[in-house]
Design a protein around this ligand. Structure first.
Ligand code: BDP
Length: 615
């Protein structure tokens, strides 16, 4: 079974066939697809683009809100030159579950909507002929997987997704699909760690994984690794699966001043013929927390930027390279240097771009919605059932296993990006009962084990996880607060009281924080892109400006606040509800990526703040 999460690239020894395009598509309203043989091909289908969410392609509400199984189909021809290769279909992501069939035969299943997986179709392909690739996907939510939610049923029997999170449950084949033709003896993974020396040289420690997928293949090979600079000159090389590359006068990867080296990993046989080649870009840098500061290459850096979403008009959460480009242009224009991949790992193209542009990423798992309060409040009020804390539910063990799988895959996929500086393991979970602690310990330990670079770990604390009652914050290497003083708490004219309450909370953290740095992973106010009002009212652009001014004056009073990521980069789609007007409007940019007036407030502030602010 081909298990590798390396980004798919073509090379001297690797071939790629992109399968993106219009695919056949069909909703399986009665869950009859398997019984009716849809795995062998679809009839009476629609055509939809891959990659894309399906929700906003159609004009009827039943399609947008569809919850259950839905099927995709495409065809491809594999040339007979590929007969001796491993053939693997690589899905960037399918939200949330997928079963893959090739020529009618089931080849693999995968759970988790935001990370890649492979379908190994070696030995199942007809060469030089049409092959049918069918995917059965499913977007039901449950409390046993992340993101958490449940699947409910309307009075007319139709299923619908009840998300425990504040973004639309976009679903579909969200990222690119590629057929990879790989050598039988393949490079399946590699990792790097860095040491920067006083004499400006650097050591790149590397470790390469090789797998032999043909049992008759003699494992007589050698690994050769070299590093090339921007001009293509080889600056270091080494032999062996593990080794050290010494780079003299190393060009370091820095914030908004990236320098990338090309790493070329070759497998060669005894005669020196190439068996496999994998090529990637890496950045030489260190990142650590010391004395309450984030140190990039030993120098303090103050984080400024956003919590984001993968969200755009029509394509929903589907990969859109134009949106990625525009987002980076907006993030550069405003003077930011960091973002969190709230609330799930993003498409790999986003990280590759951050590597190039010198942005810092806090990489987040899809662990969102682990909070029972709202549902419990209703239940408790009606006396209908005893309140069960989130982490003592009977679903917890299964949830934890899935969560750990996601952490492992996220770190496996993203560990070599210089842009990734930290892991965010959960967003706004329930932390005020002791039963949360073993769960948190397990996920924090899992991340530490998996990451060769031992990046700092955190989770985003909801407003009721306070210095008085949070049982889990001490596990964080740095603490991330989501705070809405002046919006959900004491908003509008009462913002004065909000500031006082905010400072009171910060004073309490100050007493117990030790030397952990704190950042804000969320603060924001919903704002209509059209509404101006003098004097301000909540939802007006004027109020969003005042809200940010108040929050920044609090941040600036505490030297141990080492970063500010506003919520949100852009307006985004959510489910329907009385506190959402066609989505969440806390964007600094509209959903179309045009600035609201708060964008100028932030631009002014962030361009003025030195990189090592509060050093
Ligand atoms: C936080 C969540 C985020 C929401 C945000 C909001 O982490 O997903 O979108 O609040 O209410 O609770 O805008």
């Amino acid at each position: 079974m081909y298990k590798s999460l390396l980004y798919p690239v073509a090379s001297a020894c690797r071939r790629l066939l992109p399968l993106d395009g219009m695919w056949k598509f069909k909703f399986d309203k009665k869950s009859e697809g398997n019984k009716e043989g849809w795995n062998t091909g679809l009839s009476d289908y629609d055509l939809v683009p891959v990659p894309s969410s399906f929700a906003d392609l159609f004009t009827d509400k039943d399609s947008r809100e569809f919850c259950g199984d839905f099927w995709y189909e495409t065809e491809f021809v594999a040339p007979s030159e590929w007969k001796d290769r491993e053939l693997v279909v690589r899905f960037g992501s399918v939200t949330h579950r997928a079963t893959v069939y090739i020529n009618g035969e089931e080849v693999t299943s995968h759970v988790g909507g935001f990370l890649p997986f492979n379908a190994d179709i070696t030995g199942k392909v007809k060469f030089d002929e049409m092959n049918k690739l069918v995917v059965k996907a499913n977007n039901e939510l449950s409390e046993k997987m992340i993101p958490c939610g449940k699947t409910s049923v309307r009075s007319d029997g139709t299923k619908y997704a009840q998300a425990y999170f504040d973004f639309f449950n976009y679903s579909g084949i969200h990222r690119s699909v590629k057929l990879m033709a790989l050598p039988k003896l393949s490079i399946t993974d590699y990792e790097t760690t860095y040491e920067i020396k006083d004499d400006r040289s650097a050591i790149v420690n590397y470790n390469v994984c090789v797998e032999d997928f043909a049992s008759d293949n003699s494992a007589n090979y050698e690994v050769k690794v070299c590093l090339k600079d921007k001009e293509g000159n080889v600056v270091a090389s080494s032999d062996g699966e593990k080794g050290k590359l010494k780079v003299e006068n190393a060009n370091l990867w820095n914030v908004r001043a990236a320098y990338l080296y090309t790493i070329v990993i070759d497998l060669v046989d005894k005669e020196g013929n190439k068996i496999d080649e994998y090529v990637d870009k890496i950045g030489i840098r260190t990142f650590e927390i010391k004395d309450g500061h984030f140190l990039l290459n030993g120098k303090p850096v103050y984080l400024r930027g956003f919590g984001k979403h993968e969200d755009s008009d029509i394509r929903g959460r589907g990969l859109d390279l134009a949106t990625i480009k525009r987002d980076y242009e907006c993030m550069k224009w405003i003077g930011s240097n960091c973002f969190r991949t709230s609330h799930y790992p993003y498409a790999e193209e986003m990280y590759r771009m951050a590597d190039e542009e010198g942005f810092l990423i806090i990489d987040e798992t899809p662990a969102v919605g682990m909070f029972e309060s709202l549902m419990n409040a209703v239940d408790a009020a009606s006396g209908s059932k005893a309140v069960v804390h989130w982490f003592e539910k009977e679903t917890t063990p299964e949830l934890l296993e899935h969560h750990k799988e996601c952490i492992k895959d996220m770190i496996k996929r993203d560990k070599n990006h210089p842009s990734v500086i930290a892991w965010s393991l959960l967003n706004e979970p329930e932390t005020i009962y002791e039963c949360a602690v073993p769960y948190f310990e397990a996920v924090f330990e899992c991340a530490r084990q998996e990451d060769p670079q031992k990046r700092p770990r955190t989770f985003a604390l909801v407003i009721n996880s306070t210095p008085d009652n949070c049982k889990c914050w001490h596990l964080c290497d740095f603490v991330s607060l989501n705070r809405y003083y002046g919006w959900y708490v004491m908003g509008g004219y009462n913002i004065v009281s909000a500031e006082q309450a905010f400072r009171a909370e910060m004073d309490k953290w100050a007493k117990i924080r030790g030397d952990k740095p704190f950042i804000f992973t969320e603060y924001g106010a919903d704002t209509s892109g059209e509404l101006h009002k003098l004097p301000s009212v909540m939802w007006s652009q004027e109020y969003q400006d005042e809200y940010y001014d108040m929050n920044h004056s609090v941040f600036d009073s505490y030297p141990w606040v080492q970063g500010e990521l506003v919520w949100n980069f852009a307006d985004f789609q959510t489910g329907e509800g009385i506190i959402r007007m066609n989505g969440n409007k806390k964007g600094i940019f509209t959903r179309n990526r045009q600035p609201k007036s708060a964008a100028y407030v932030l631009k002014h502030r962030w361009e003025e703040l030195p990189l090592d602010y509060k050093k």
